[in-house]
Design a protein around this ligand. Structure first.
Ligand SMILES: Cc1cc2nc3c(=O)[nH]c(=O)nc-3n(C[C@H](O)[C@H](O)[C@H](O)COP(=O)(O)OP(=O)(O)OC[C@H]3O[C@@H](n4cnc5c(N)ncnc54)[C@H](O)[C@@H]3O)c2cc1C
Length: 308
C-alpha cells in the first residue's frame, strides 16, 4: 500500500517583533544577521497538521525550507517534533528571492521528491507577510489549493479512493467555508488550526546539532528499514522502526533550476524599504461601560466610517 506523502514548506524568519534600524540592507533585502531567527509561527501549525495526519493515516512527513545555511535550524526543530525527512535548499543563487522566485524553487523541490499527495504550508510568513508563496507553489505544481485552512475535516488516502480526497474548512470574512478537493492538493494552514506540539526530548537527543549534507541525487533508501543504507534509531509510536533522518542539502544545480528564474535575478518585485510603525497614542477618553455609553461609541465609529 503506497504510503501517503506529505510535504510541509517551512520558513525561518527574522523575528519581526524586534525590527531594528539595520534590519534592511542597501539592496532592499533583509539583513538577517541583525535579527533573531525564528520558526515561522503558522508553519509550526502546518507541521502539526501533517504529524496528526501521519498518526491517523500513516504517512511520510517531508519538510522543505529554502534559506541561508543557518535555516538548517528549522529543519532540526521539525525533526525534534517527528518529521521523517528534511530538505534544505541553500545556495547564493536563491538569495533575495521574491515570492515568484521562492515558489519556483520550492515547486522544483517537490517535483524532485517525486511529487506528493498533500503540500501543507503556513498561511503567511511574519516577515514578507504576502501569503503568496503557497498559492504560487500550487500554481507551479498544477495542484488545486485551499487557503486559510483552520481545520482539515477529512482525508481519504489515494489507496482507498482513486487519487484520494481532502475536505477542509477555511476561515473567511464573516464565517467559515468547507471545500473538498482531490489529491494531490496544497493547503495553507492558519494559526487557529491547532496547538503545535513541543519538541520531544528523545528526538532532540537524537538529532541535536545534526548537520546538512549535500546529496544532489535524490535517494531516500536511508529511510527504508529494509535497506542497508538505513540506520534504525528508535521504534515509533506504532512500534515500527524509525530510520535516522539526514538533512539533505540541494543547490540550484541539484534542482536543475533555470538560474535566471531564481533569487534577485528571478524576482520582478523589489522591497524598497521597511520600517517598524509604532502607533503613538494621541488622545484617550473614558467610555461609560453602560448601554448608553457603548451606543454613543458605536454611533461615533459609524459616523467616522470605522464601522459599518
Ligand atoms: C517586508 C517585506 C516585504 C516583502 N514584500 C514582497 C512582495 O510584496 N512581493 C514579493 O514577491 N516578495 C516580497 N517580499 C519577499 C518575500 O518575503 C520573499 O519572497 C519570501 O521568501 C516569501 O514571501 P513571504 O515572506 O511573504 O512568504 P508568504 O507567502 O507569506 O509565506 C507563506 C508560506 O509559504 C512558505 N514559504 C515562504 N517562504 C518559504 C521559504 N523560503 N522556504 C520554505 N517555505 C516558504 C511557508 O509555509 C509560509 O508560511 C517581501 C519581503 C519583506 C521582508
Amino acid at each position: 500500500m503506497p504510503q501517503l506523502r506529505i510535504v510541509v514548506l517551512v520558513k525561518q524568519v527574522p523575528d519581526t517583533a524586534n525590527v531594528t534600524g539595520d534590519a534592511m540592507k542597501e539592496d532592499g533585502t533583509v539583513n538577517r544577521a541583525a535579527l533573531p531567527a525564528v520558526f515561522n509561527p503558522e508553519d509550526l501549525n502546518a507541521l502539526e497538521e501533517a504529524l496528526r495526519l501521519k498518526v491517523r493515516h500513516g504517512a511520510r512527513v517531508t519538510v522543505v525550507t529554502m534559506g541561508p545555511p543557518a535555516a538548517v535550524q528549522v529543519l532540526r526543530e521539525s525533526l525534534y517534533r517527528g518529521a521523517d525527512e528534511v530538505i534544505l535548499l541553500t545556495d547564493k543563487a536563491f538569495a533575495g528571492a521574491d515570492t515568484l522566485a521562492t515558489s519556483y524553487a520550492l515547486s522544483l523541490a517537490v517535483r524532485k521528491l517525486g511529487g506528493c499527495d498533500l503540500v501543507l504550508c503556513g498561511r503567511q510568513a511574519i516577515d514578507g507577510d504576502t501569503a503568496q508563496v503557497g498559492p504560487q507553489t500550487a500554481e507551479k505544481l498544477g495542484y488545486p489549493q485551499i487557503t486559510c485552512v483552520s481545520r482539515i475535516d477529512e482525508l481519504v488516502a489515494p489507496a482507498d479512493v482513486a487519487h484520494g480526497a481532502v475536505t477542509a474548512t477555511r476561515s473567511i470574512e464573516g464565517g467559515f467555508e468547507t471545500l473538498a478537493s482531490s489529491l494531490p492538493c496544497l493547503l495553507t494552514i492558519t494559526g487557529e488550526a491547532n496547538e503545535p506540539r513541543p519538541a520531544s526530548v528523545k528526538l532532540v537527543m537524537t538529532y541535536k546539532g545534526i548537520a546538512a549534507e549535500a546529496m544532489p541525487d535524490y535517494d531516500d533508501t536511508y529511510l527504508d528499514p529494509e535497506s542497508d543504507a538505513a540506520e534504525v534509531c528508535m521504534l515509533g509510536r506504532d512500534g515500527k522502526p524509525v530510520c535516522r533522518a539526514k538533512v539533505v542539502q540541494w543547490d540550484h544545480l541539484a534542482l536543475e533550476a533555470d538560474r535566471e528564474a531564481l533569487g534577485l535575478r528571478g524576482s520582478p518585485t523589489r522591497v524598497k524599504e521597511i520600517e517598524s510603525v509604532v502607533l503613538a497614542q494621541s488622545e484617550a477618553r473614558m467610555v461609560e461601560a453602560d448601554e448608553a455609553g457603548v451606543a454613543a461609541l458605536v454611533h461615533e465609529l459609524i459616523e467616522e466610517h470605522i464601522l459599518g
